[in-house]
Design a protein around this ligand. Structure first.
Ligand SMILES: [Zn+2]
Ligand SMILES: [Zn+2]
Length: 213
């Protein structure tokens, strides 16, 4: 809540929220997958209460469908929710989308490139049209090769998504980007994957007057 509030207020350029438990499987009256409370939606409600923001665009690249987040924002036209999971669908107003992730075992090329191409196709143009006040990247590394949601991805994919999100946020909402940690179980992967993403956020923040989070 503090990170979203401070990024929304312009006190921080961006933030990486190192959350130890997931949030996106927690809905209105259900929870699962070790997600007890929906961190992103709780933070959004709080930030709206203080008048700091209204419209938010969320990209969810955890390996699993964000059933809790979708439940909580389904009737909210001021949330763009793009979830990369195992199915394809779109709401009538175009603000709630599921995009089927590429199956790594049916690809000719490297999964990183196919996944990144999908993200580039699914998110930036929609965010441009939606004009959010802030962007959230719900980042799960359970998609990494060998973790429990294995989609064959490696560091290159996550760095590529980080670039897409930074570019998109820079273009549409003054760089206001919150990266929220989702699924992923391996400490060795977390240790290798997370610092370079934070370094990217920090490099961009250094060029802005507001500092980093
Ligand atoms: Zn997951
Ligand atoms: Zn989904």
């Amino acid at each position: 809540m503090e990170a979203m509030g401070r990024v929304a207020a312009g006190e921080l350029a961006n933030a990486f929220c190192f959350i130890g438990a997931g949030g996106h499987h927690a809905g209105r009256n259900f929870f699962g997958g070790y997600c007890c409370f929906n961190d992103v939606v709780i933070a959004l409600r709080q930030a709206r209460r203080t008048g700091r923001l209204c419209r938010v665009a969320i990209l969810d690249t955890d390996a699993h469908h964000a059933d809790g987040t979708r439940d909580l924002v389904a009737a909210d036209p001021e949330v763009l929710h793009v979830c990369v999971c195992d199915s394809d669908s779109a709401s009538a107003d175009g603000t709630k989308l599921d995009v089927g992730a590429p199956d790594p075992w049916s690809l000719d090329g490297p999964p990183d490139e196919a996944y990144l191409a999908l993200v580039r196709q699914a998110f930036p143009a929609r965010a441009d049209r939606f004009r959010p006040d802030l962007i959230v990247w719900y980042f799960g590394f359970d998609t990494h090769r060998g973790d429990y949601g294995d989609l064959g991805l490696t560091l290159a994919a996550y760095l590529g998504i980080a670039d897409v999100m930074l570019e998109t946020a820079g273009r549409v909402c003054g760089g206001k980007l919150l990266v929220v940690l989702g699924g992923g179980s391996r400490t060795d992967l977390a240790t290798r994957l997370i610092p370079p993403i934070i370094a990217k956020l920090a490099r961009l923040a250094d060029r802005q007057p507001t500092g980093i989070g």
